[in-house]
Design a protein around this ligand. Structure first.
Ligand SMILES: [Zn+2]
Length: 140
């Protein structure tokens, strides 16, 4: 495990954050309905590993309850000015408590080589299968 101190921001720069992430644990792309629309590409950080530096009042929130679930798992946060989605956050026992799904595309100090070296995992969350890749990953 090697934590990298990541700096991230939205496109207009109003929202800025820092987080310690372990890129050796990889990044994920998911095929659920919202991730498909947003072309999501995430990596995870624990609640203690994420710190918002600026822009809390300039973010909007979006929640979505998947069919068959009692409540939303994540709250998605995005910049009101430029519309860039910064992260989804939730609190779940199976994730070890409060966690952040950080949009990898918002990282400012992670090189293409570092991202390419991080294991990329495809998630078939459209079928509630976090443990496997979907059959077709071509557009993920
Ligand atoms: Zn912005």
């Amino acid at each position: 495990m090697s934590l990298k101190h990541v700096l991230g921001s939205c496109h207009c720069g109003t929202v800025r954050y820092q987080a310690d992430v372990d890129l050796s644990k990889g990044t994920i792309r998911c095929n659920c309905s919202i991730c498909t629309k947003a072309r999501a590409w995430f990596t995870f950080a624990g609640g203690e590993q994420f710190h918002l530096l600026a822009g809390e009042s300039n973010m909007s929130s979006y929640q979505w309850t998947p069919p068959g679930r009692p409540s939303p798992l994540l709250t998605y946060r995005f910049c009101k000015t430029c519309g860039v989605r910064i992260y989804g956050t939730g609190d779940a026992e199976f994730m070890g408590g409060k966690f952040y799904a950080l949009a990898v595309a918002t990282f400012d100090n992670v090189s293409t080589d570092e991202l390419a070296a991080a294991p990329l995992r495809f998630i078939d969350n459209r079928h509630d299968r976090f443990d496997r890749a979907p059959e077709d990953t071509r557009l993920m």
